[in-house]
Write a protein that binds this ligand. Structure first.
Ligand SMILES: Nc1ncnc2c1ncn2[C@@H]1O[C@H](COP(=O)(O)OP(=O)(O)OP(=O)(O)O)[C@@H](O)[C@H]1O
Length: 309
C-alpha cells in the first residue's frame, strides 16, 4: 500500500495528531464568498498520545467538532496534515480512507446508532462482521473481556429497545472498541444521558483506556465530563489555547471562565510547539507551568505519569 507515513515527532507515541491544521468552510476565492467564509481551525497542531484519554474543550463554535472530524478522516483539512499513527490521511484515496476508518478508528456519537433488530452481542460485533473479519481466539477473548468491562454480560441477548439510554451507549462504546482500533473518537457521548448514566459511560471510557490500553479522544463542552480524561486540550476561536493534565471539573470550569472573561485568543495564555507538547504561559497559570515542568526536553511525559490515571 503506497501511503505516506511520517515519523512520530517526539518521544511520545501519538495515536492521532494534526499538524498546522487549517479548516475554512466556504471559499476565500473571491471577495463575495470570502465574506461568508469561516475559519474553523486556524493553524492547530496537536497530538493525542496513545494509551490516553484526551478531552477537547472550548466554547461553542471554537472548532471542537471540526478538529475531531478532520483528525478522524471524516472531513478534510483546507491545509495542514492529519495522521492516524504514522499514516498521513491526506495521502489516502477515498477507498483507503474508508478502510482506515473502518479498521483503525472507532466512533461514539451522542446518538447511540444501534441497529434495533439486532441483539446487544450482534450490535457489538456488527462492524467486524460487515468487514468480514475472522473471529479468531484472540478476537473472541478481546470481545469477551470488553463485555465485562462495559458490564453487559447479562444483557447480551437483549435488543436496544429493552435497554436504558446509558446501557445503549455502553453497547455503542463496546462496538467502538471491538475491532481494537488505534483510537476511539467520541463526540459528546453523554449528550443524551442523565448525569448518572453519563457518569457511568465516562467512567467506562476511562476504564477501557486504562485497563485495555486504548486511546480515546472526546469532544465535550461539559467540565464534569472533561474531568474524566487524563488531559484536556482547549480550543478558542479555532486555535489551541491551552492544555491541562489531571483535570478536575472545577479547574476546567475556571479555565473556561477565564477564556470567556478575557477572550482566549487575546490573552496570551499559551504558545505551543508543533504538537502543544511544551507550553509557555505568559500569565504563569498553574496548569501550564505544571505541564511544562513534567515534560523532559523531548516532550515525553515525566514523573506525573501515574497522577493522570
Ligand atoms: N459545514 C459548515 N459550514 C460552514 N461553517 C461551519 C460548518 N461547520 C461548522 N462551521 C463553523 O465553524 C466553526 C466551528 O464549528 P464547530 O462545530 O467545529 O465548533 P464546536 O466547538 O464543535 O461547536 P459546538 O460546541 O457548538 O458544537 C463555527 O463557527 C461553525 O459555525
Amino acid at each position: 500500500m503506497n501511503t505516506a507515513t511520517a515519523p512520530q515527532p517526539t518521544g511520545i507515541r501519538y495515536a492521532a495528531r494534526v499538524e498546522r491544521a487549517v479548516k475554512v468552510y466556504g471559499s476565500t476565492a473571491n471577495a463575495r464568498t470570502a465574506e461568508t467564509a469561516v475559519t474553523a481551525l486556524d493553524d492547530v497542531s496537536v497530538g493525542f498520545p496513545a494509551g490516553r484519554f484526551t478531552a477537547i474543550m472550548g466554547p461553542s463554535g471554537s472548532g471542537k467538532s471540526t478538529l475531531m472530524h478532520c483528525a478522524a478522516g471524516l472531513d478534510t483539512l483546507t491545509s495542514g496534515s492529519a495522521y492516524i499513527g504514522g499514516t498521513d490521511l491526506g495521502s489516502l484515496d477515498d477507498r483507503r480512507l474508508t478502510l482506515l476508518r473502518r479498521d483503525r478508528i472507532g466512533f461514539v456519537f451522542q446518538a447511540f446508532n444501534l441497529v434495533p433488530t439486532l441483539t446487544v452481542a450482534e450490535n457489538i460485533t456488527l462492524p467486524m462482521d460487515l468487514a468480514g473479519r475472522r473471529r479468531d481466539r484472540a478476537q473472541q477473548e478481546w470481545t469477551d473481556a470488553l463485555i465485562d468491562v462495559v458490564g453487559l454480560r447479562d444483557r447480551l441477548h437483549h435488543r436496544p429497545a429493552e435497554l436504558s439510554g446509558g446501557q445503549q451507549q455502553r453497547v455503542a462504546v463496546a462496538r467502538a472498541f471491538a475491532g481494537r482500533p488505534d483510537v476511539v473518537f467520541a463526540d459528546e457521548p453523554t449528550g443524551n444521558l442523565d448525569s448518572r448514566s453519563g457518569d457511568e459511560v465516562l467512567g467506562l471510557l476511562g476504564r477501557t483506556v486504562r485497563q485495555m490500553d486504548r486511546t480515546v479522544v472526546m469532544v465535550t463542552h461539559d467540565p464534569v465530563a472533561a474531568a474524566h480524561a487524563d488531559e484536556v486540550v482547549f480550543l478558542a476561536d479555532g486555535r489551541l489555547v491551552d492544555r491541562m493534565r489531571a483535570p478536575t471539573a472545577d479547574k476546567v470550569l475556571d479555565r473556561m471562565k477565564a477564556f470567556e472573561a478575557t477572550g482566549a485568543a487575546r490573552s496570551g495564555v499559551a504558545s505551543y510547539d508543533a504538537y502543544g507538547a511544551e507550553t509557555y504561559d505568559a500569565s504563569g497559570s498553574e496548569a501550564s507551568v505544571r505541564d511544562a515542568s513534567v515534560r523532559d526536553a523531548s516532550g515525553a511525559y515525566g514523573d506525573t505519569e501515574g497522577a493522570a490515571s
